[in-house]
Design a binder for this molecule. Structure first.
Ligand code: FMN
Length: 185
């Protein structure tokens, strides 16, 4: 199969990781794929924070879960207080994705979220092609409301992405896809 179509069709969110570290070279390849994403007006309104220290990752995970448990949203509180739940699933690498507040190249606020999301998708597919697993983490948003999570000046934390080697079939949740989502005009 065409390797790009293979990556698109077979990439899955990985929610359990082995302890095997990811090489610096592979992390850099994944990040490079991120910065090659399409970007409105060539704005490149992103910055990436790379966490590989176990304690730093675990501290951030704990802060994220605490924020979830204080969100007041029943489903989120239940997740945040579940002793088995980990936001980063024990991944050895977490990439923080920060979006520029005011786009330095265009002076607008238009596309940081879209451009950063494109970068994450690129990173997920690149990681898959290297035999690595990822999961896009939006639930950090409950922490972002009160904590910049190492964001550089002028940037907001938008998402996190886990990166590491999949622990196998137990890392996957079943997934179905809606069919009635395309109209030909
Ligand atoms: C914007 C966004 C936020 C997400 N946030 C989370 C998250 O916080 N935790 C999580 O486990 N998965 C998260 N996911 C992953 C989705 O749950 C996952 O992509 C979806 O269930 C489809 O499964 P698949 O990625 O295996 O195809 C997020 C995905 C997106 C696009």
């Amino acid at each position: 199969m065409n390797p790009i179509i293979d990556a698109i069709m077979n990439r899955r969110s990985i929610r359990k990781y082995t302890d095997q570290p990811v090489s610096r070279e592979d992390i850099e390849t994944v990040l490079k794929a991120g910065i090659y994403a399409p970007t409105g007006g060539d704005a490149e309104p992103w910055h990436f924070g790379v966490l590989t220290d176990r304690k730093t990752i675990d501290d951030l995970d704990e802060r994220g879960r605490k924020a979830m448990s204080q969100s007041g949203i029943e489903r989120i509180v239940a997740m945040g207080t579940n002793p088995k739940y980990r936001l980063f699933f024990g991944a050895p690498v977490v990439i923080m994705i920060y979006g520029e507040k005011v786009l330095r190249k265009t002076g607008t606020h238009l596309s940081a979220l879209a451009d950063c999301s494109a970068a994450i998708q690129n990173m997920q597919l690149a990681a898959y092609s290297l035999g690595l697993g990822t999961c896009w983490i939006g639930l950090m948003r409950y922490l972002f409301a009160s904590d910049s999570c190492f964001a550089p000046e002028g940037f907001d934390p938008l998402y996190a992405m886990t990166l590491g080697y999949s622990a196998g079939a137990e890392a996957l949740r079943p997934r179905s896809r809606m069919e009635d989502v395309i109209t030909w005009f």
